[in-house]
Every structure is written in C-alpha cells, then in structure tokens.
Design a binder for this molecule. Structure first.
Ligand SMILES: Nc1nc2c(ncn2[C@@H]2O[C@H](COP(=O)(O)OP(=O)(O)OP(=O)(O)O)[C@@H](O)[C@H]2O)c(=O)[nH]1
Ligand SMILES: [Mg+2]
Length: 144
C-alpha cells in the first residue's frame, strides 16, 4: 500500500489521527525524525515550521500516495504557507482536527487549508471519532 504522510504544526493532532486511522496502537517516537507506522509517515512539526526542512518533506513524499495537511480547529493562526500543496506532486487532503472542542473554528481552519492550496478538506475529531470513516474512505479505504 502507498504511504500517507502527515504534515502539521505542533500539537495539531497528527499522532492522534494516525492512532484513529490505524486502529489505536501507535506510539510516536520522541525523536526529531520521520516516524514510520504501517502505511503512515508522521513528520515532526518543525519540518513544517522551518523551511530549512522542506527538502526533507519533499523527499519523503516521493514514497507517498497521499499527504494529509493537518490543521487544528482551535488555532487562530496557521504555519501552512500559501500554496504549500503545490510543492508536492501528490494528492493532498486537508484535515481539520479537534472539531469537538467548544471553541472550534472550523471555517477558519478550512480557510487556512484552502490558502495552502488544498482542494479537498475533511473535518474530524480524534476524541469522538467524527469524520474518521469519511477520511478513511477518501484515502481509499484503510483497513480497520
Ligand atoms: N479535543 C480534541 N483533542 C485532540 C484531538 N486530536 C488531538 N487532540 C489532543 O491534542 C493534543 C496534541 O495531539 P497530538 O496527536 O499529540 O498532536 P501532534 O500533532 O502529534 O503533536 P506533536 O507531535 O507534539 O507536534 C493531545 O493532547 C491530544 O489528546 C481532537 O480531535 N479533539
Ligand atoms: Mg505527534
């Protein structure tokens, strides 16, 4: 199966999302490196936050069928640069996480992802499980 790489800022919900999509047994390694788990590649938030690491993201994406740009709905800023998706010659899906939070601002999170050049955006909660089935479908039906 082609790999799926997650890119998102600090505490945006990348690891929780991998846990939901893969059935719960993912424990991220606390190292500053790409982290492989099944068909998922987790990336350190610094790889998005510091453009010096963009080449590492581009190289890793060569192995991938899809990328997920992760934006938390409780944030009022985004580290995703304009048209960031165009750097990757791959399917890029946007994922708005933490939609269960009372202060969630889903439309704002969607706008950040659109600004990053993402065409298809899904809304999920790793806590309630909302939207996870749709995301699996969009990724071509993951097992579990
Ligand atoms: N309410 C709520 N909390 C969430 C959700 N997803 C993640 N969290 C919480 O947000 C925090 C960060 O989640 P992680 O999955 O560790 O985020 P991350 O992007 O992997 O974080 P780093 O690897 O440290 O950059 C944790 O306390 C999670 O429990 C969600 O959908 N809803
Ligand atoms: Mg993590």
């Amino acid at each position: 199966m082609k790999k799926i790489m997650l890119v998102g800022e600090w505490k945006s919900g990348k690891s929780s999302l991998i846990r939901c999509l893969s059935g719960g047994d993912y424990r991220p390694r606390k190292v500053f490196a790409l982290d492989y788990h099944g068909c998922f590649i987790n990336t350190p938030s610094e790889f998005l936050e510091n453009r010096r690491f963009y080449p590492s993201l581009i190289t890793a994406s060569a192995d991938c069928g899809a990328l997920l740009f992760v934006q938390a709905a409780d944030r009022c800023t985004s580290q995703l640069p304009p048209q960031f998706a165009s750097m990757f010659n791959r399917l890029v899906l946007g994922v708005v996480t933490k939609i269960d939070l009372p202060g969630a601002r889903v439309p704002l999170a969607r706008r950040f992802l659109e600004n990053a050049g993402v065409r298809r955006i899904l809304e999920v909660s790793a806590v309630t499980g909302a939207g996870i089935a749709d995301l699996k479908l969009a990724l071509g039906g993951l097992p579990g």
